[in-house]
Design a protein around this ligand. Structure first.
Ligand code: HEM
Length: 291
Protein backbone atom coordinates (compact mmCIF):
# COMPACT_ATOMS: atom_id res chain seq x y z
CA UNK A 1 0.00 0.00 0.00
CA UNK A 2 2.75 2.44 0.96
CA UNK A 3 4.68 1.81 -2.26
CA UNK A 4 1.47 2.31 -4.23
CA UNK A 5 0.91 5.61 -2.42
CA UNK A 6 4.48 6.74 -3.12
CA UNK A 7 4.06 6.01 -6.84
CA UNK A 8 0.80 7.98 -6.92
CA UNK A 9 2.29 10.90 -5.01
CA UNK A 10 5.33 10.96 -7.31
CA UNK A 11 3.01 11.18 -10.29
CA UNK A 12 1.45 14.32 -8.76
CA UNK A 13 -1.68 12.71 -7.34
CA UNK A 14 -1.61 13.74 -3.66
CA UNK A 15 -5.23 12.97 -2.77
CA UNK A 16 -5.82 9.45 -1.50
CA UNK A 17 -9.06 7.94 -0.23
CA UNK A 18 -7.63 6.64 3.03
CA UNK A 19 -10.67 4.69 4.07
CA UNK A 20 -10.88 2.75 0.83
CA UNK A 21 -7.17 2.00 0.80
CA UNK A 22 -6.86 0.90 4.41
CA UNK A 23 -10.05 -1.10 4.58
CA UNK A 24 -9.16 -2.91 1.37
CA UNK A 25 -5.66 -3.57 2.59
CA UNK A 26 -6.97 -5.00 5.83
CA UNK A 27 -8.83 -7.64 3.86
CA UNK A 28 -12.35 -6.24 4.14
CA UNK A 29 -13.14 -7.46 0.64
CA UNK A 30 -12.83 -11.09 1.73
CA UNK A 31 -15.08 -10.53 4.73
CA UNK A 32 -17.68 -8.61 2.76
CA UNK A 33 -17.89 -10.94 -0.16
CA UNK A 34 -18.41 -13.86 2.18
CA UNK A 35 -21.52 -12.09 3.46
CA UNK A 36 -22.89 -10.49 0.33
CA UNK A 37 -22.14 -12.87 -2.45
CA UNK A 38 -23.32 -16.42 -2.06
CA UNK A 39 -21.09 -17.85 -4.77
CA UNK A 40 -17.99 -16.26 -3.34
CA UNK A 41 -19.28 -17.06 0.16
CA UNK A 42 -19.30 -20.73 -0.75
CA UNK A 43 -15.80 -20.44 -2.21
CA UNK A 44 -14.60 -18.89 1.04
CA UNK A 45 -16.27 -21.65 3.08
CA UNK A 46 -14.48 -24.21 0.89
CA UNK A 47 -11.17 -22.40 1.27
CA UNK A 48 -11.50 -22.17 5.06
CA UNK A 49 -12.57 -25.80 5.28
CA UNK A 50 -9.51 -26.83 3.31
CA UNK A 51 -7.33 -24.66 5.55
CA UNK A 52 -8.81 -26.15 8.75
CA UNK A 53 -8.48 -29.75 7.52
CA UNK A 54 -4.87 -29.28 6.45
CA UNK A 55 -4.00 -27.61 9.78
CA UNK A 56 -5.65 -30.52 11.65
CA UNK A 57 -3.62 -33.04 9.67
CA UNK A 58 -0.37 -31.08 9.71
CA UNK A 59 2.48 -32.59 11.71
CA UNK A 60 4.54 -29.39 11.55
CA UNK A 61 5.55 -28.08 15.01
CA UNK A 62 3.86 -24.67 15.52
CA UNK A 63 5.02 -23.88 19.05
CA UNK A 64 5.83 -20.16 19.39
CA UNK A 65 3.93 -19.20 16.23
CA UNK A 66 0.38 -20.31 17.06
CA UNK A 67 -2.44 -18.28 15.54
CA UNK A 68 -6.15 -18.01 16.38
CA UNK A 69 -6.93 -21.13 14.37
CA UNK A 70 -4.40 -23.14 16.42
CA UNK A 71 -6.06 -21.93 19.63
CA UNK A 72 -9.51 -22.84 18.33
CA UNK A 73 -8.40 -26.30 17.25
CA UNK A 74 -6.56 -26.87 20.51
CA UNK A 75 -9.61 -25.93 22.61
CA UNK A 76 -11.74 -28.09 20.37
CA UNK A 77 -9.81 -31.27 21.19
CA UNK A 78 -11.52 -31.50 24.56
CA UNK A 79 -15.23 -31.16 25.28
CA UNK A 80 -15.78 -27.50 26.19
CA UNK A 81 -17.61 -25.94 29.11
CA UNK A 82 -20.97 -26.95 27.67
CA UNK A 83 -19.87 -30.52 26.97
CA UNK A 84 -19.81 -29.98 23.23
CA UNK A 85 -17.12 -29.75 20.56
CA UNK A 86 -17.51 -27.42 17.60
CA UNK A 87 -18.46 -29.07 14.30
CA UNK A 88 -16.31 -28.27 11.26
CA UNK A 89 -19.06 -25.94 10.00
CA UNK A 90 -19.01 -24.11 13.35
CA UNK A 91 -15.23 -23.83 13.09
CA UNK A 92 -15.63 -22.29 9.61
CA UNK A 93 -18.19 -19.84 11.05
CA UNK A 94 -15.81 -18.90 13.89
CA UNK A 95 -13.06 -18.19 11.33
CA UNK A 96 -15.42 -15.96 9.36
CA UNK A 97 -16.32 -14.09 12.57
CA UNK A 98 -12.61 -13.36 13.13
CA UNK A 99 -12.32 -12.08 9.58
CA UNK A 100 -15.38 -9.88 9.73
CA UNK A 101 -15.14 -8.70 13.34
CA UNK A 102 -11.43 -8.06 13.03
CA UNK A 103 -10.70 -6.47 9.69
CA UNK A 104 -13.19 -3.70 9.20
CA UNK A 105 -13.31 -2.44 12.79
CA UNK A 106 -9.53 -2.04 13.04
CA UNK A 107 -9.15 -0.63 9.52
CA UNK A 108 -11.83 1.98 10.20
CA UNK A 109 -10.22 2.89 13.53
CA UNK A 110 -7.01 3.63 11.60
CA UNK A 111 -8.93 5.60 8.94
CA UNK A 112 -10.75 7.82 11.50
CA UNK A 113 -7.43 8.32 13.28
CA UNK A 114 -5.76 9.63 10.13
CA UNK A 115 -8.70 12.01 9.61
CA UNK A 116 -8.39 13.35 13.17
CA UNK A 117 -4.59 13.59 12.97
CA UNK A 118 -4.95 15.45 9.66
CA UNK A 119 -7.08 18.05 11.49
CA UNK A 120 -5.04 18.06 14.72
CA UNK A 121 -1.55 18.56 13.35
CA UNK A 122 -0.13 18.99 16.86
CA UNK A 123 -1.13 15.40 17.71
CA UNK A 124 0.20 14.15 14.39
CA UNK A 125 3.56 15.68 15.33
CA UNK A 126 3.42 14.41 18.92
CA UNK A 127 2.90 10.85 17.69
CA UNK A 128 5.74 11.20 15.18
CA UNK A 129 8.03 12.43 17.98
CA UNK A 130 6.98 9.49 20.16
CA UNK A 131 7.70 7.03 17.33
CA UNK A 132 11.16 8.59 16.88
CA UNK A 133 11.88 8.31 20.62
CA UNK A 134 10.44 4.87 21.26
CA UNK A 135 11.04 3.03 18.00
CA UNK A 136 13.95 4.94 16.47
CA UNK A 137 15.78 2.61 14.07
CA UNK A 138 14.67 -0.58 15.84
CA UNK A 139 12.44 -3.26 14.33
CA UNK A 140 8.82 -2.74 15.40
CA UNK A 141 8.11 -5.64 17.77
CA UNK A 142 5.69 -6.29 20.63
CA UNK A 143 8.05 -4.95 23.34
CA UNK A 144 8.63 -1.71 21.48
CA UNK A 145 4.89 -1.23 20.84
CA UNK A 146 4.18 -1.12 24.60
CA UNK A 147 6.19 2.12 24.78
CA UNK A 148 3.85 3.97 22.38
CA UNK A 149 1.70 5.41 25.17
CA UNK A 150 0.37 8.51 23.42
CA UNK A 151 -0.60 6.40 20.44
CA UNK A 152 -2.76 4.28 22.74
CA UNK A 153 -4.48 7.39 24.18
CA UNK A 154 -5.14 8.49 20.61
CA UNK A 155 -6.66 5.13 19.68
CA UNK A 156 -8.86 5.22 22.78
CA UNK A 157 -10.03 8.72 21.98
CA UNK A 158 -10.70 7.89 18.32
CA UNK A 159 -12.80 4.90 19.40
CA UNK A 160 -14.67 7.16 21.81
CA UNK A 161 -15.57 9.71 19.12
CA UNK A 162 -15.97 7.18 16.31
CA UNK A 163 -16.65 3.75 17.84
CA UNK A 164 -16.22 1.58 14.76
CA UNK A 165 -18.55 -1.04 16.29
CA UNK A 166 -21.30 1.52 17.00
CA UNK A 167 -23.62 -0.65 19.04
CA UNK A 168 -23.70 -3.73 21.24
CA UNK A 169 -26.67 -6.08 21.49
CA UNK A 170 -28.01 -8.17 24.35
CA UNK A 171 -31.15 -10.20 24.98
CA UNK A 172 -32.96 -10.25 28.34
CA UNK A 173 -33.02 -13.84 29.60
CA UNK A 174 -35.54 -13.04 32.35
CA UNK A 175 -37.71 -10.08 33.34
CA UNK A 176 -35.36 -7.30 34.48
CA UNK A 177 -36.52 -4.51 36.78
CA UNK A 178 -34.77 -1.20 36.26
CA UNK A 179 -36.14 1.69 38.37
CA UNK A 180 -39.80 1.86 37.30
CA UNK A 181 -39.17 0.00 34.06
CA UNK A 182 -39.56 -3.73 33.49
CA UNK A 183 -37.68 -5.21 30.53
CA UNK A 184 -39.56 -8.41 29.65
CA UNK A 185 -37.78 -11.71 29.15
CA UNK A 186 -36.74 -12.13 25.48
CA UNK A 187 -36.43 -8.40 24.69
CA UNK A 188 -33.61 -7.56 22.29
CA UNK A 189 -31.63 -4.62 23.61
CA UNK A 190 -29.60 -2.35 21.38
CA UNK A 191 -26.99 -0.38 23.33
CA UNK A 192 -26.16 2.78 21.39
CA UNK A 193 -22.43 3.18 21.99
CA UNK A 194 -22.17 6.31 19.76
CA UNK A 195 -24.83 8.09 21.85
CA UNK A 196 -23.17 7.07 25.12
CA UNK A 197 -19.74 8.24 23.97
CA UNK A 198 -21.21 11.66 23.07
CA UNK A 199 -23.27 12.20 26.20
CA UNK A 200 -22.20 15.35 28.10
CA UNK A 201 -23.74 13.90 31.28
CA UNK A 202 -21.12 11.13 31.17
CA UNK A 203 -18.16 13.07 29.77
CA UNK A 204 -18.70 16.74 30.54
CA UNK A 205 -19.05 19.74 28.27
CA UNK A 206 -15.98 19.01 26.15
CA UNK A 207 -17.47 15.65 25.08
CA UNK A 208 -17.20 16.41 21.35
CA UNK A 209 -13.59 17.59 21.47
CA UNK A 210 -10.63 15.44 20.44
CA UNK A 211 -8.58 15.23 23.65
CA UNK A 212 -6.49 12.04 23.79
CA UNK A 213 -5.02 13.18 27.12
CA UNK A 214 -8.31 12.11 28.78
CA UNK A 215 -6.82 8.62 28.70
CA UNK A 216 -3.45 9.57 30.19
CA UNK A 217 -4.25 8.37 33.70
CA UNK A 218 -7.61 6.72 33.26
CA UNK A 219 -8.52 3.73 31.07
CA UNK A 220 -12.11 5.04 31.04
CA UNK A 221 -11.03 8.47 29.78
CA UNK A 222 -12.56 10.31 32.73
CA UNK A 223 -16.07 9.02 32.03
CA UNK A 224 -18.10 9.27 35.24
CA UNK A 225 -19.75 5.82 34.77
CA UNK A 226 -17.68 2.62 34.72
CA UNK A 227 -19.64 1.21 31.78
CA UNK A 228 -19.89 4.49 29.88
CA UNK A 229 -16.96 3.72 27.56
CA UNK A 230 -17.67 0.56 25.56
CA UNK A 231 -15.74 0.48 22.26
CA UNK A 232 -15.07 -3.25 22.72
CA UNK A 233 -18.32 -4.17 24.50
CA UNK A 234 -18.39 -5.56 28.02
CA UNK A 235 -18.68 -8.64 30.22
CA UNK A 236 -18.44 -12.21 29.01
CA UNK A 237 -18.86 -11.34 25.32
CA UNK A 238 -16.35 -8.51 25.23
CA UNK A 239 -14.23 -8.36 22.06
CA UNK A 240 -11.57 -11.05 22.11
CA UNK A 241 -9.50 -9.25 19.47
CA UNK A 242 -8.85 -5.98 21.29
CA UNK A 243 -5.19 -6.61 22.07
CA UNK A 244 -4.58 -7.79 18.52
CA UNK A 245 -6.27 -4.66 17.19
CA UNK A 246 -4.10 -2.41 19.41
CA UNK A 247 -1.02 -4.13 17.98
CA UNK A 248 -2.17 -3.87 14.37
CA UNK A 249 -3.14 -0.24 14.90
CA UNK A 250 0.21 0.70 16.39
CA UNK A 251 2.22 -1.09 13.70
CA UNK A 252 0.27 0.45 10.79
CA UNK A 253 0.30 3.97 12.28
CA UNK A 254 4.01 3.74 13.05
CA UNK A 255 4.77 2.79 9.44
CA UNK A 256 2.47 5.45 7.96
CA UNK A 257 3.47 8.35 10.23
CA UNK A 258 7.17 7.57 9.70
CA UNK A 259 6.80 8.01 5.95
CA UNK A 260 3.96 10.43 5.24
CA UNK A 261 2.21 13.59 6.43
CA UNK A 262 -1.57 13.87 6.26
CA UNK A 263 -3.82 16.86 5.62
CA UNK A 264 -7.56 16.93 5.14
CA UNK A 265 -8.63 17.23 1.49
CA UNK A 266 -11.00 20.06 0.50
CA UNK A 267 -13.18 17.37 -1.11
CA UNK A 268 -13.78 15.57 2.22
CA UNK A 269 -17.43 15.55 3.34
CA UNK A 270 -17.83 14.70 7.01
CA UNK A 271 -20.63 12.17 7.32
CA UNK A 272 -20.00 9.29 9.73
CA UNK A 273 -22.68 6.75 8.91
CA UNK A 274 -23.93 3.59 10.46
CA UNK A 275 -23.32 0.84 7.88
CA UNK A 276 -23.05 -2.09 10.27
CA UNK A 277 -19.78 -0.45 11.32
CA UNK A 278 -19.26 3.33 11.57
CA UNK A 279 -17.92 4.48 8.20
CA UNK A 280 -17.36 7.79 6.40
CA UNK A 281 -20.30 7.84 3.96
CA UNK A 282 -18.35 9.62 1.18
CA UNK A 283 -14.94 8.09 1.77
CA UNK A 284 -12.02 9.78 3.46
CA UNK A 285 -9.89 11.72 0.99
CA UNK A 286 -6.69 13.08 2.55
CA UNK A 287 -3.72 14.89 1.04
CA UNK A 288 -0.75 12.61 1.58
CA UNK A 289 2.84 13.78 1.18
CA UNK A 290 6.15 12.04 1.83
CA UNK A 291 8.09 13.34 4.84
C1 HEM B 1 -10.86 -1.54 16.71
C2 HEM B 1 -11.07 -2.81 16.57
C3 HEM B 1 -12.23 -3.59 17.15
C4 HEM B 1 -13.39 -3.11 17.72
C5 HEM B 1 -13.84 -1.67 17.91
C6 HEM B 1 -14.16 -4.27 18.11
C7 HEM B 1 -15.38 -4.22 18.76
C8 HEM B 1 -16.10 -5.33 19.17
C9 HEM B 1 -17.37 -5.27 19.88
C10 HEM B 1 -18.11 -4.01 20.30
C11 HEM B 1 -17.77 -6.54 20.09
C12 HEM B 1 -19.08 -6.99 20.80
C13 HEM B 1 -18.75 -7.14 22.29
C14 HEM B 1 -19.97 -7.33 23.16
O1 HEM B 1 -21.04 -7.74 22.67
O2 HEM B 1 -19.86 -7.06 24.39
C15 HEM B 1 -16.76 -7.42 19.51
C16 HEM B 1 -16.83 -8.79 19.54
C17 HEM B 1 -15.90 -9.62 18.91
N1 HEM B 1 -14.72 -9.23 18.31
FE1 HEM B 1 -14.05 -7.35 18.12
N2 HEM B 1 -13.46 -5.41 17.77
C18 HEM B 1 -12.28 -5.04 17.18
C19 HEM B 1 -11.28 -5.87 16.71
C20 HEM B 1 -11.36 -7.24 16.66
C21 HEM B 1 -10.34 -8.13 16.12
C22 HEM B 1 -9.00 -7.67 15.55
C23 HEM B 1 -10.84 -9.40 16.20
C24 HEM B 1 -10.26 -10.70 15.72
C25 HEM B 1 -9.34 -11.32 15.92
C26 HEM B 1 -12.14 -9.33 16.82
C27 HEM B 1 -12.92 -10.42 17.12
C28 HEM B 1 -14.12 -10.36 17.80
C29 HEM B 1 -14.93 -11.53 18.10
C30 HEM B 1 -14.62 -12.98 17.72
C31 HEM B 1 -16.05 -11.07 18.80
C32 HEM B 1 -17.20 -11.91 19.36
C33 HEM B 1 -16.91 -12.25 20.82
C34 HEM B 1 -18.04 -13.07 21.45
O3 HEM B 1 -19.19 -13.01 20.99
O4 HEM B 1 -17.76 -13.75 22.44
N3 HEM B 1 -12.42 -8.00 17.09
N4 HEM B 1 -15.76 -6.65 18.97
Amino acid sequence: MMDRWTTRINSGNLEIDIEREIVATAGEIIARTSFENMKLGKEIDKLLLCFIESRKESKVERKGREDLLDLLLHENQVDGKYGKKLSTKELVDECKTFFFAGHETTALAISWTLMLLAIHEDWQNQLRDEIREVVGDQEVDINVLGGLKKMKWVMNEVLRLYPTAPNVQRQAREDIKFDNLTIPNGTNIWIDVVAMHHDPLLWGENVNEFRPERFMDDVNGGCNKTLGYLPFGFGGRMCIGRNLSFMEYKIVLTLLLSRFTFKISPTYIHSPSFMLSLRPAYGLPLIVQPL
